[in-house]
Design a protein around this ligand. Structure first.
Ligand code: PHE
Length: 487
């Protein structure tokens, strides 16, 4: 049967941009900037974009487009021994989307709370106690939050209806889900820039601290962020590119997708840091001393706190902010489901069944994250899947293309179909620069995590972290053995 195709080139480019631009841009990026001292983060971030982000984006787009298969079967076709890398990648997508949709559900509930500014003047208390019903630790599950479960069901239903008819419908939906958040972001930027103290926030964001460049953590943080934000190493770009006609451009598309995404992050930084500047001004502290800005607290504590202090249009700003997060998250979420569902449908499961069962099981497993201990588990799973999972797949992709398939073959194909040619520097990145840097990222993480993780007990890290990663790897090996025969 002829493989489905995108309705047009721009449908594909928009869908890929929509996948890349997500919660990572408005929440994870500013939070990483904040954590690593503002301006100090931007230089490593753009270096990581050039040396790992763009080269890997081009690599993934060419594998998908050339093989016209999603990740598991594409890697099996390159070399039967390595198909598990593709399986592992799509299981990472499934794992990430299960908690990603929970954060989306939080945004839906907060959207409704914005109409009444329900968090009052203590957003942190509201988030932790009233909203999450946070338990005493990962071992104490507490109750299930019904509003969050309902919002989770709504999120999954939206995802299901968008992708159940294949990429034809996705290709149309992204004409709304990509421009809408950008318009909302511009509105928030204008509101933020006109607040007192905004300038201090932006200064903190942009002022480079060259001393921080010698700190390896900053570099590692930047590489990990580039992976997450560009939706790399999760089978998504391979699956999306597999619906492209074989002669489509690769190099230019890859650069457009990467720059559009990172440009949006850079812009979002202005919108968020201007509000942080205002928050610091209102609380009479320096921007670098704000509390609760790292992690999810940025979207659900710091931002709501600032919103309730606004002199005018507070509710409207709240509504726009949470609509922004939902419209950012939805196209990233369905891209992950699509990567997984198209992976199993290439192995022989009917596409419509694959989508239905993926959505249903994603929803059911996600309920774990709606319990009182859900927040802890979400944090643990998020850390491990990103820091180890995605980065590991990235290294393996470089090894497979660099040393088994041959970078020159891929480059020849890219240069034949693309609007401009990529040079030998690309080979150097894939064979040497990217895998070496990512290897260091993994080793450093192993070292850091090996020392323990102050927030959580070891048994929780073993179950939600190490065990999860190994279980997914084992499932990937088993599926690879089974479908090697099938092939
Ligand atoms: N890129 C998306 C974001 O920035 C999230 C994502 C990560 C999607 C990994 C797929 C894989 O929010």
């Amino acid at each position: 049967m002829e493989r489905e195709k995108w309705p047009s080139r721009w449908s594909f480019v928009f869908a890929a941009i929509g996948s890349a631009i997500g919660l990572g841009n408005v929440w994870r990026f500013p939070y990483s900037c904040y954590k690593y001292g503002g301006g100090a983060f931007l230089i490593p971030y753009f270096v990581a974009l050039l040396t790992a982000g763009i080269p890997l984006m081009i690599l993934e787009l060419s594998i998908g487009q050339k093989m016209r298969l999603s990740a598991p079967m594409a890697f099996t076709k390159i070399n039967k021994k390595w198909g598990w890398v593709g399986w592992f990648a799509i299981f990472l997508s499934l794992g990430i989307v299960i908690y990603y949709t929970v954060v989306m559900a939080w945004c839906l509930v907060y959207l409704i709370h914005s109409f009444t500014l329900a968090w009052g003047d203590n957003a942190s208390e509201f988030f932790i106690h009233d909203f999450l019903g946070l338990s005493s630790g990962p071992g104490d599950l507490g109750g299930v939050s019904i509003p969050i479960v309902i919002a989770l069901a709504i999120s999954w239903l939206m995802i299901y209806f968008i992708i159940c008819k294949g990429v034809q419908r996705v290709g149309k939906v992204v004409y709304i889900t990509v421009p809408l958040p950008i318009i909302l972001l511009i509105i928030l930027f204008i509101r933020g820039a006109t607040l007192t103290g905004a300038g201090n926030g932006i200064e903190y964001y942009l002022k480079p601290d060259f001393d921080a460049l010698t700190d390896s953590d900053v570099w590692l943080g930047a590489y990990a962020q580039i992976f997450f934000t560009l939706s790399l190493a999760s089978g998504i770009m391979i699956a999306y590119a597999s619906y492209q006609p074989k002669k489509s451009d690769i190099a230019n598309n890859g650069i457009i997708i990467s720059l559009a995404n990172c440009g949006t992050s850079f812009f979002a930084g202005f919108a968020v840091f201007s509000v942080l500047g205002y928050l610091a001004y209102s609380e009479g502290v320096a921007v670098g001393e704000l509390k609760g800005v790292g992690g999810p607290g940025l979207a659900f504590i710091a931002y709501p706190t600032a919103i309730s202090m606004l002199p005018t249009a507070a509710k409207l700003v709240g509504i726009i902010f949470f609509l922004l997060l939902i419209s950012l998250a939805i196209d990233s979420a369905f891209s992950m489901v699509e990567a997984f569902a198209s992976g199993i449908s290439d192995a022989g499961v009917k596409q419509s069944r694959a989508v239905k069962y993926t959505c249903l099981s994603g929803f059911l497993v996600g309920i774990i994250f709606c319990t009182g201990a859900g927040y802890y588990w979400l944090d643990i799973v998020d850390t491990f899947l990103n820091e180890f999972g995605l980065v590991l797949v990235g290294v393996l992709e470089c090894i497979i293309v660099g040393y088994i398939l041959g970078t020159w073959k891929v480059r020849k194909y890219v240069n034949k179909v693309s609007e401009f040619e990529i040079g030998k520097l690309w080979d150097v990145c894939i064979k040497y620069i990217t895998p070496v840097i990512l290897g260091i990222v993994i080793l450093d993480n192993l070292y850091q995590r090996g020392k323990g993780y102050e927030d959580y007990p070891t048994w929780a890290l073993i179950t939600g972290g190490w065990f999860l990663i190994f279980a997914l790897l084992i499932v990937a090996f088993i599926l690879n053995r089974r479908y090697r025969k099938w092939d």
